[in-house]
Write a protein that binds this ligand. Structure first.
Ligand code: GLC
Length: 429
């Protein structure tokens, strides 16, 4: 009896009130959580200089993706230091980074350690073919893609067109040409230094040395057989050549402490005829005292070797332990897009990793050498893509530096480097 009374009273509740209660419940369950949801934060560690250059891209990304907060943590500018920071974060367990902004040479180590998510299923073959081969190969380990290319990089020779023209020289083809032109212009008091390159003990030294090795017809480590070539005559000649540049005063004695920035500053200040560096310098030099007075070309070589361009470059991997793989991937897609790469290259002079952009009219108008450079990049030399790369590179840096500073003879240094490299590779077989 009481129950039926209650039912009757419920029936008396006006329909409109029921509808109102239902809408409030729906709001509580569905709409409110969506409104109050915080954006997902995606963290990535990037060298300070580039973090700043990427700022407009981050802003645009967040505007188009309001549910994602892209948080760039600034790192030191040298590649080894950033690699160490990522490595210790991964070794400590849960890495705080959702994305890994990677130098091309870190990929095998990071992939072999299981720190990266495989990406092949996320990109079609057709899409990957739009990117430069060297960048895709450098992002692949044992057949799996772990790093999407963002910007490419390749070593090249900068030279002063005005001084070469005045003295009646063509740009150097061989190392001998480079030495001869340098010494002649230095003796005429045209310029203080002949040739600047990265001689400090760090990764840039290894990146530059692969060009010298290629130029003399030598090799470092064959990635398939793990054969080591550092004690071969060509490699020793390469080390001797660099040491002789310092001894002959073609390169300043302080070059054994110079990374990329120190060398580009001297060149831009008009203190050297030649410079070996990456393409970012072109953008800087366009807006500098040497504007209109410089050009670039492939690296010179010895008579027996051929021109070698070291393949560098940066791209994004997804951290294996991220809680937000989908959001992290959306960032990767945004940076890989042709539009983003074009805008970034126009603004900074960095090389895109998409092949078609090298003939894009806007980019060619600003960087007329892009179509030529494409050929150089397609024939570039990779530092050995092996999981033990960073140990191998440390050994080379240590002994090459000993040869450059004169604490060891080039031959002794290269023999020791070869022996230690073999020991490291042997251990991991
Ligand atoms: C550039 C290259 C990178 C290389 C580094 C060496 O950043 O892109 O691949 O390892 O220079 O300093």
């Amino acid at each position: 009896m009481r129950i039926s009374k209650q039912l009757q009273s419920i029936k008396k509740i006006p329909r409109t009130l029921v509808a109102l209660i239902a809408s409030i419940a729906a709001a509580l369950f569905f709409i409110l959580p969506a409104l109050t949801q915080q954006p997902v934060t995606i963290k990535v560690l990037i060298q300070a200089l580039e973090a700043e250059q990427l700022q407009p891209i981050v802003e645009e990304f967040e505007k188009q993706n309001p549910d994602i907060n892209l948080d760039i943590i600034e790192a030191p500018n040298e590649t080894n230091q950033v690699e160490d920071l990522y490595t210790s974060a991964f070794l400590l367990g849960e890495s705080p980074y959702d994305l890994v902004y990677m130098d091309i040479v870190w990929v095998p180590k990071f992939a072999a350690a299981g720190w990266l998510m495989p990406l092949s299923d996320r990109v079609s073959q057709e899409e990957l073919e739009q990117f430069l081969n060297g960048d895709v190969n450098g992002g692949t380990y044992e057949g799996e893609l772990y790093r999407m290319p963002f910007r490419s990089d390749v070593g090249m020779l900068y030279y002063r067109t005005d001084w070469l023209k005045q003295a009646g020289y063509k740009p150097p083809e061989t190392f001998d040409d480079l030495v001869q032109i340098s010494q002649d212009l230095q003796s005429r008091d045209t310029v203080e230094w002949g040739y600047l390159w990265q001689g400090k003990q760090y990764e840039g030294l290894s990146a530059m040395f692969v060009e010298i090795l290629e130029g003399f017809g030598g090799f470092w480590v064959d990635p398939d057989t793990l054969k080591v070539g550092l004690d071969q005559p060509e490699a020793i000649q390469g080390a001797e050549f660099l040491r002789s540049l310092i001894k002959k005063n073609i390169s300043p004695p302080g070059i054994t402490t110079y990374a990329e920035p120190a060398t580009h500053r001297l060149f831009i200040n008009g203190e050297s005829v030649f410079l070996r560096n990456w393409p970012y310098v072109y953008g800087l030099a366009l807006d500098s005292p040497i504007e209109g007075e410089f050009a670039i070309k492939e690296m010179p070589h010895s008579r027996q070797g051929s021109s070698g361009a070291s393949q560098g470059g940066w791209g994004l991997g997804v951290s294996a332990n991220t809680n937000h793989p989908e959001e992290a991937w959306r960032v990767v897609e945004f940076l890989s897009k042709a539009e983003t790469q074009k805008e970034y290259s126009l603004r900074t002079g960095y090389l895109p990793s998409r092949r078609a952009l090298y003939t894009n009219p806007e980019l060619v108008a600003k960087y007329p050498y892009f179509p030529e450079l494409l050929k150089v990049i397609e024939n570039s030399v990779l530092r050995p893509p092996i999981a033990q790369y960073s140990q191998t590179s440390d050994i080379l840096q240590r002994y090459l530096s000993a040869a450059l500073t004169g604490t060891m003879s080039p031959e002794e240094a290269m023999n020791t480097a070869a022996r230690e490299t073999r020991a490291v590779l042997e251990q991991s077989k």
